[in-house]
Write a protein that binds this ligand. Structure first.
Ligand code: NOJ
Ligand code: CA
Length: 547
């Protein structure tokens, strides 16, 4: 593993949604062979690590977040041997690997759940989950009134071997994702074994799915209707979670090379969020607060200030995330009248100014790359892809179906990447499992490679500068007051990032050199653009120690 103490504090981490990255065998489904063949591309982008969304054996009821077997790769993606080769080859390119662990639930096809279904109520096999009799005389009512993160019910009733209705089981997501009982020692032991299984294979870290959800109040209390629970939520952010992650941190510490825990923690309460990042717990957690902000200097600045302030007391670096496989692509989001993000507001046919969105997404990518902390890039954002409005019959995402068809779901950001050529499959491989738009020819890697002004080359230049310029390595940021619509800050003593979120061009502050800009400058900074400025000749500064 490349040396580099605290590598995760400033790392650029690229999220690979395997199914849609590159298809090595022509069946239309991205796979590990496809990723391996594109490692030179990832190297040329300059990223430090790859985070792979779940690549394990899975019925793909929720895109792989329904794990059937953590120790096998889904045959559609490849084999365990290929995963091992991929981890090793990436390291040869200086790129670390992060895998996804999903502690809250497993697939209903996992052997534990199959055993539980076959066993009797009250059996040890059922204790690994949340099986419970229903309420009411015949047990026909759900045990709690909890609402799913995917909308709708959180309990499904089983059938007894004789066909009569049986117990219910809990699932905060789809019925194909039964929740595990984290009070059970098997569940704890198994996950620690899974961590070791992957750390033994050289992965540099784990991304922890739905990290604030796994522990439940065993009394299974109802949620009060319309208000927050008076004392502690029965299934979100329970204090017992911290013991679990402290144990996981201890497992990570058994290994050399700084293996990291990255939490997917969606919590509004900043103090509660930061608790996951205390010494001895997770290394970092996704900062979704910034991602959900509208295109507004005030809102974004407030969010950045809040983020840095909430991380400081626990000594953890912030993370910067513009998108992922769950949310609307930035090019689309920033082109809409309401450019903030909220799951519940996603609708088909929302009017979008694609040109403005693309400009703003480029500006935002430079803005976040200049902030202190680690940076996440979701595959395809470096190509400036937009959210795709898919034909209804192509959509697979359960979020769409559970909304009664009102929410388009998340497949629009999961469309297979365009690599080359003028028409679908744009060099992806076989016929893509989700259809690609007809107008992606100019967005392929091949087309953008050749264009110095392309979004791909902007990302490459930004990542290279971020790595080379010592000012970007520290944890400090100083705001510059350059107008209400301008977001400007200095990093170290010599580098400035300035973003114009207003409607008219603004002057640049005094500088020695423009290092990079998201749009042509012409002496002024045009609306919806970012520039990086060097206040002194760059060569005067110490080069950052290479990992
Ligand atoms: C968060 C993941 O990012 C999302 O894709 C998934 O559906 C849920 N967790 C449930 O695992
Ligand atoms: Ca394939």
């Amino acid at each position: 593993m490349p040396a580099g103490e605290g590598w995760w504090r400033t790392a650029v981490i690229y999220q690979v949604y395997v199914r849609s990255f590159a298809d090595g065998n022509g069946d239309g489904i991205g796979d590990l062979a496809g990723v391996r063949s594109r490692l030179p591309y990832l190297k040329s982008l300059g990223v430090d690590a790859l985070w792979f969304t779940p690549w394990y054996e899975s019925p793909l009821a929720d895109g792989g977040y329904d794990v059937q077997d953590y120790r096998r790769i889904d045959p559609r993606f490849g084999t365990l041997e290929e995963a091992e080769q991929l981890i090793a080859e990436a390291l040869e390119h200086g790129i670390r690997t992060i895998v996804d662990i999903v502690p809250n639930h497993i697939s209903d096809r996992h052997e534990w759940f199959q055993q539980a279904l076959a066993a009797q109520p009250g059996s040890p096999e059922r204790e690994r989950f949340w099986f419970h009799p229903g309420r009411g005389e015949g047990g026909e009512e759900m045990p709690t009134n909890w609402v799913s993160s995917f909308q709708g019910e959180t309990w499904t009733r089983t059938r007894n071997p004789d066909g009569t209705p049986g117990e219910w089981y809990l699932h905060l997501f789809t019925p194909q994702q039964p929740d595990l009982n984290w009070n059970h020692p098997d569940v704890r032991r198994e996950h620690e074994d899974v961590l070791r299984f992957w750390f033994d294979r050289g992965v540099a870290g784990v991304r922890i799915d739905s990290a604030a959800l796994p522990v439940k109040d065993p009394a299974l209390p109802d949620l009060p209707v319309g208000t927050a629970p008076a004392s502690g939520h029965p299934h979100i952010d329970r204090d017992e979670l911290h013991d679990i992650y402290r144990d996981w941190r201890a497992v990570a510490e058994e290994y050399d090379g700084e293996r990291v825990l990255v939490g997917e923690v969606w919590l509004d309460d900043a103090e509660r969020f930061a608790r996951y990042l205390r010494p001895g717990e997770m290394h970092t957690a996704f900062n979704f607060g910034f991602m959900t902000q509208p295109w507004s200097a005030q809102a974004m600045r407030d969010s950045i200030t809040r983020t840095l302030a909430e991380h400081a007391p626990v000594g953890a670096p912030a993370t910067w995330v513009l998108s992922n496989h769950d949310v609307t692509r930035p090019v689309t989001r920033y082109g809409q009248a309401d450019s903030s993000f909220a799951f519940e507001r996603k609708r088909f046919g929302t009017p979008t100014n694609a040109v403005r969105g693309a400009r703003r997404a480029r500006a935002a990518s430079l803005l976040v790359a200049a902030l202190p902390g680690s940076l996440y890039i979701y595959q395809g954002d470096e190509l400036g892809l937009s959210e795709v409005e898919l034909p209804l019959e192509a959509i697979e995402d359960p979020m769409h179906f559970r909304s009664g068809g009102v929410d388009p779901g998340r497949d629009g950001c999961r469309v297979p990447l365009p690599w080359a050529g003028a028409a679908t499959p744009y060099g992806f491989g076989g016929t893509p499992w989700l259809p690609q738009p007809a107008d992606w020819a100019a967005l392929t890697v091949e087309a953008q490679d050749a264009d110095p002004a392309s979004t791909l080359n902007l990302y490459r230049a930004a990542i290279a500068l971020r790595t080379q310029i010592a000012d970007f390595a520290g944890g400090e940021l100083e705001w510059l007051e350059l107008g209400a619509d301008v977001l400007a800050f200095r990093r170290g003593d010599g580098t400035v990032s300035i973003t114009n979120l207003g409607a008219v061009p603004v002057p640049l502050p005094a500088h020695h050199e423009v290092l990079l800009s998201s749009a042509p400058l012409d002496g002024m900074l045009p609306p919806d653009s970012t520039a990086w400025l060097a206040l002194r000749p760059v060569r005067d500064r110490a080069p950052r120690v290479a990992d």
